[in-house]
Design a binder for this molecule. Sequence first.
Ligand code: F6R
Length: 613
Amino acid sequence: MCGIVGYVGQKQALEIVVAGLRRLEYRGYDSAGIAVLADGVLDTRKKAGKLVNLETLLGEDPLPDSTTGIGHTRWATHGGPTDRNAHPHVSEDGSVAIIHNGIIENFTELREELTNSGVTLSSDTDSEVVAHLLARILPKVGDLTVAMREVCKELEGAFTLVAVSPLYPDVVVGARRNSPLVVGVGDGENFLASDVAAFVDHTRNALELGQDQVVTLTPEGVSVTDFDGNEAVVRPFTVDWDAAAVEKGGYDLFMLKEIAEQPKAVADSLRGRMTKDGRLQLDEMSLSDEDLRGIDKVVVIACGTAYHAGLVAKYAVEHWTRIPVEVEVASEFRYRDPIVGPGTLVIAISQSGETMDTLMALRHAAAQGARTLAICNTVGSTIPRESDGVLYTYAGPEIAVASTKAFLTQIIAAYLIGLYLAQVRSAMDEADIRAVLEDLDNMPQAVDLVLDTVEPVRAIARELADCKSVLFIGRHVGFPVALEGALKLKELAYMHAEGFAAGELKHGPIALIEEGVPVVVIVPSPSHFLHDKVISAIQEVRARGALIVAIAEEGDEKIVAFSDHIIRVPVVPALMQPLVSTVPLQVFACEMATAKGHDVDQPRNLAKSVTVE
Ligand code: F6R
């Protein structure tokens, strides 16, 4: 949430910062703003709405040439999405400009204290206080980095802060607690950003910043300390994808590109994880086999789509390992005194690795002594850094706000962990594990096949674009797929959509059915013991006027008589079905949103990386 960019070097800061903001706009698009230092003067431009509004303003009222600048794209928390609440915020005396991501929880007290001391605040944000606090302390300490350290000690909550001051040309200072910030190390230039995508055009050399660290950039160097001024250890890493990965590459939408990338994402996430003799090797997880043998419970914590991936994994992991698996929405986890301890393996699933609800749940689990493992798509992010181990997914950068390829790869990673647990605990025969690994190996091809046959989905979506509500039902692994289908439709098409376990309908939700209500049904294979039960659920809603869109396996002829539309998916083993049946639902939501004229990649009210609780 909120995208942050900082640059200091020899080039035009404005161009670099605006290009960086364009890459980070997925993090929030309520307003955008820039500050540059030029000839000892601080100059800012900011505008409510998407980045394009700021670009128009910059066209009308250009900023001066400058080689030091910071920029921000906002997802509003405190204060509406207006010009005055847009970042950067500048101190009254013009000596400091700051940008902020996160929530400063003690901002009310700080605002009051500043107001009492005669400061006039000019926004409704929690962030603005930082500019005034820095300006107040700066003359006393005479150094922007020292001032930042001192101010950070006064703040509670989550923050990434970046500041510039005309008193310190060619210097950009950043700080982080609980919110993301990475350094890009260039040649005669350096970068700060919420995400490497902002600077990958310029450098792939990056530094992971730790918790409670302050970083100072000049064109020549980068120095990092903790809040007490002690030199800090930072981990360098190389970004393993290039700038093309964060471009649309010929697609109209990032979401369409990312849907199309799913076969590759699945293949990349499987690669290198099996030995030639068909055994699983997950050394990178860095949890010992002994640790894993000692586990008596698995708890998955995640949010949104990642939570749905966890729900899918529960069916498989319990089946393979016979270890109980609980899956919990991360935002609820730590507030209910959960029972976790040294025998619990807590798996945090997060595409971004920065989701605050998941991070806080992870910390709570670690504090109770649980072993923690992250499934994550973002190298260097906080959640894997704070976990005992990590299994990375290799989906590549996901830019569209609605998650697609991350979901499939999260299922893959969770399945690999389940199979690995089964392997080290001898819960399955080696041959059976090998057979599942072969099934997984066939999935990129199966997903590819679905992509070839989704055209009818688009026609159905356009036909149903005016309906008020869509229900999704499924059983077994089809149930979380139904939840995911409904989530995609809500977030993109802004329409009422709900997913239900098909067997639950008769316990209440069936009252929602009236003439013409579309019900999308995730139909298990005819060979599955629940096929007939799902057909019974279809009959119940059809008898009450529902219009049935069935996602059904090739060759399932029985379903024809019970459906108004059928979307075919290839024949795959039951536990693999979510990997194919989710794809048409992604296309369905994308097409529905397009038909309604919505911004698919940047749906209203949302941001991709949710770094506030
Ligand atoms: C939905 C979506 C969100 C995320 C959720 C968790 O399309 O993208 O529900 O899945 O915010 O995000 P991560 O995986 O980054 O923790």
